[in-house]
Design a protein around this ligand. Structure first.
Ligand code: KG4
Ligand code: ZN
Length: 381
């Protein structure tokens, strides 16, 4: 099965082409082409994702990225494709810029030999999601290829299954940590998802980004904090700030990070933020986050007899979190699955993977009108 996957939920315009075969338990994925255009440099100027700009960039970049992806995958063949322009104008009525680019390419190439188009339907920035969805609908209409709507969080969760050696045993616990989410998903079986804990306020990536901003680091702050903290990881170290660990002992699997963020804010008041101080803050903040994540995960694992732990989402790019959980899993003999680096932050490969699982589960066509952007879509079975 060949799948074209499209991801536009936030500030990454991403398209991948995957070949997939095999069962849920034993899938094989072959990446034919993968392209991603990050808008970070544009959003940096605003210190965070600026939705109007994200939408503008998606509209501008989807067609060039599609062309590149088809070419790399060996699917770009000059030829003619007949288009019912009225129909496509209707599908892309809110994206005139994209329509123009679409009409500049699609009629001049042959229909690629693709079985499904997977597209992120949520969660994320709704206007950004719509651009990807409408684009997917337009392609689906001209090429007569069925669409698979994909939950972005299911993509993060299943992303480690890209590697054949990564196998799931149930119950599986997913810890999803990104810029918008911090949650535990309990999977007792395929497609059975129960959110057993989640942040009550900020997401962990958001906390990284906000603390970074407080100490004058650029967006996105996660990698910046992590870099600074690493410089404080050699030689002697003594805690100075002793940041709080909100909810660490709460009798549930929920998280809270806003108190930690506020504690950082208070501690830097009237403080000379020289390089050493910044490193100290980064290290103590990162250590605190790691500890909270680890303690809560231990609790969730204990209470649910978990056999496999999956950690997904942009924040798992963090080296300290990866190392800490790897050590813990070795000690406790837990099957830990972490996606490889290119699959951690937002990408379209994971959308293709989740799309494949969905296509196996329900191969029948999803009508276009049923696919709508859903900013707050939750991962429930
Ligand atoms: O999954 P993702 O790419 O986008 C969302 O769906 O939110 O995650 C982005 C988040 C940002 O908050 C970013 O600061 C964080 O992941 N992040 C990191 C690291 N790399 C990215 N956080 C901590 N350490 C990192 N190395
Ligand atoms: Zn994400």
């Amino acid at each position: 099965m060949k799948i074209l996957a499209i991801e536009t939920s936030c500030d990454e315009t991403a398209i991948s082409l995957l070949e997939a075969e095999g069962s849920l338990e034993n899938p094989t994925f072959n990446l034919l082409a993968n392209n991603l255009l990050s808008q970070i440099d544009i959003h940096k100027l605003y210190g965070g994702v600026y939705p109007t700009l994200a939408v503008r960039e998606h509209k501008k970049n989807l067609i060039p990225i599609l062309e590149k992806t088809l070419m790399e995958g060996g699917f770009l063949e000059k030829g003619e494709t007949e288009i019912d322009i009225k129909k496509i104008e209707k599908v892309l009525e809110r994206e005139p810029e994209l329509l123009e680019l679409f009409l500049g390419l699609i009629p001049k190439i042959k229909r690629p030999d693709i079985d499904y188009i997977a597209v992120t339907e949520g969660p994320g920035l709704e206007p950004a999601l719509w651009v990807g969805i409408n684009f997917a609908k337009a392609l689906s209409t001209v090429w007569n290829i069925p669409l698979i709507p994909v939950n972005h969080m299911e993509g993060h969760l299943l992303s480690p299954l890209f590697n054949k050696e990564n196998q799931i045993n149930f119950p599986t616990l997913g810890l999803l940590i990104s810029g918008g989410h911090t949650e535990f998903i309990l999977m007792k079986d395929w497609f059975s998802y129960e959110i057993i804990g989640e942040t009550q306020d900020d997401a962990v990536g958001e906390a990284f980004d906000k603390v970074a901003r407080m100490i004058g680091l650029p967006y996105p702050g996660g990698p910046e904090i992590s870099k600074l903290a690493a410089e404080k990881r050699t030689g002697d170290f003594e805690k100075i700030f002793n940041f709080p660990k909100p909810m660490i002992d709460s009798p549930n699997c929920h998280f809270s990070f806003s108190g930690l963020k506020t504690a950082v804010l208070y501690s830097i008041k009237n403080l000379d933020l020289d390089d050493e101080t910044k490193k100290q803050i980064a290290r103590e903040f990162e250590d605190t986050v790691v500890l909270i994540l680890l303690e809560k995960t231990k609790k969730a694992i204990r209470e649910n007899s978990v056999k496999t732990l999956i950690i997904g989402g942009g924040v798992i790019a963090n080296k300290e979190i990866r190392a800490t959980f790897t050590r813990y899993a070795e000690e406790e003999e837990i099957n830990l699955l972490i996606p490889e680096m290119k699959l951690t932050t937002d990408n379209a490969i994971m959308i293709g993977i989740a799309g494949y699982f969905r296509a196996i589960k329900s191969p029948e066509r999803v009508p276009h009108e049923k696919i709508i952007a859903s900013g707050n879509l939750r991962l429930n079975s």
